[in-house]
Design a protein around this ligand. Structure first.
Ligand code: SF4
Length: 369
């Protein structure tokens, strides 16, 4: 099958590999736990608060980032980071400016529901505006984003937010900004991925990220899409999408070592499709998450993962190495360079491949490769 996905993606963990060892090239900072939405499937829902407590000193965070000489990308996440003009000025902007001074690629995760000016203010230092797009229409948006609270929110208020996201995405795209929209595949979206993709292309998004739903936190009680239905959804999506919009499959549950012919056929179809790539999961492979409130250093910002260290006392690289030694990581500690695969994401492996020790697996090579 050859190379699995594109290498032009700065967040791809393979870029950090040196002599078979992963290096820490990517840091994600949780800069707020506040959000104006209450999405049913939110993977950090339990962490959301009505008001953020005080953050650790910015100097400390910058010093810890300074120590990571191999760093190439910085991502800022929440909660919703554009909700406070003060946070944008005092935290988001200095962090992004620091990143740009170091020549890092930057990403902000935002729901784009606030005034365009807030995004324009930070845009000069942002490489990727990463948004979520799990909505089929206004009614579905209303049901989804208040699925875990704020029962009183009116359809009219939802309509305003829904339209603002679209206007903002369109406007940023028209200004030449890279807007990447992520859709998770679950029972609500599986049959609608193609239509969602074409809409994202129409409003000017440059990339459509497609991931499984993570069954954690508020999504823990939602039904997991069986692999057969997931596979079928991807096959249909490949036929119905706009072929000019870059599709990036992330934390993809179909792996090149699968013995199933239908999985191999799917991977071949993906490899043959124009503008489609698969990103290996960065969590713990080349990235750690730092919570700016508690100082916890984790393998991901999602619920249920124990901290690997504390940014006040630990170097980020030491915490990263701790994960590489961690018993939960060992079954995923695999690498098949012949297809460019660096193993599954922890959550996806536990959801779909619970008893597989990937160290014993090997990519199935197709005849003629
Ligand atoms: S063994 Fe690991 S690296 Fe190799 S194909 Fe399977 S998941 Fe990918």
């Amino acid at each position: 099958m050859g190379e699995w996905g594109l290498l032009s993606d700065p967040w791809e963990p393979r870029r950090g590999l040196r002599e078979g060892r992963f290096r820490l090239t990517s840091v994600e900072l949780t800069v707020t736990n506040w959000c104006n939405l209450r999405c049913r499937h939110c993977a950090v829902g339990e962490s959301l608060v009505a008001r953020d407590p005080e953050r650790l000193p910015l100097d400390l965070i910058l010093r810890r980032l300074d120590e990571v000489e191999t760093l190439t990308t910085l991502s800022l996440t929440g909660g919703e980071l554009s909700g406070s003009a003060e946070v944008l000025r005092s935290w988001i902007t200095p962090l992004l400016q620091y990143a740009k001074r170091r020549g890092l690629q930057t990403q902000v995760n935002t729901n784009l529901t606030f005034d365009l000016g807030r995004y324009e203010e930070i845009a000069p230092w942002v490489d990727v505006f990463h948004i979520t797009w799990n909505y089929r229409d206004e009614g579905h948006f209303h049901r989804t984003v208040w699925g875990h609270g704020r029962e009183g929110a009116s359809p009219a208020a939802s309509r305003k937010l829904f339209r603002r996201i679209i206007e903002n995405a369109r406007a940023l795209a028209a200004q030449g900004r890279f807007v990447s929209a992520e859709t998770m595949v679950n029972l609500e979206t599986a049959e609608h991925l193609g239509a969602m993709n074409r809409f994202l292309a129409e409003i000017g998004c440059r990339r459509h990220e497609v991931h499984p739903m993570y069954p954690v936190d508020w999504a823990a009680d939602l039904p997991v899409l069986p692999l057969a239905a997931f596979r079928q959804a991807v096959v249909r999506f490949l036929q119905e999408r706009d072929p000019d919009l870059w599709v990036l499959f992330g934390t993809f549950p179909f792996l090149p070592c699968s013995p199933l012919p239908e999985d191999q056929a799917l991977l071949r179809a993906i490899a043959a499709a124009p503008n489609v790539s698969v990103r290996n999961c960065p969590d713990g492979k080349n990235r750690v998450n730092v919570d700016l409130f508690t100082g916890a250093i984790r393998v991901t910002d999602f619920g249920g993962m124990p901290p690997l260290g504390d940014v006040r006392t630990d170097r980020l690289e030491d915490a990263f190495r701790r994960w590489q030694q961690h018993p939960r990581f060992q079954p995923l500690n695999c690498h098949c360079p012949e297809v460019g695969c660096t193993g599954p994401n922890l959550l996806v492996a536990e959801m779909y491949h619970a008893d597989v020790d990937f160290r014993r697996q090997r990519a199935v090579l197709q005849a003629g490769t």
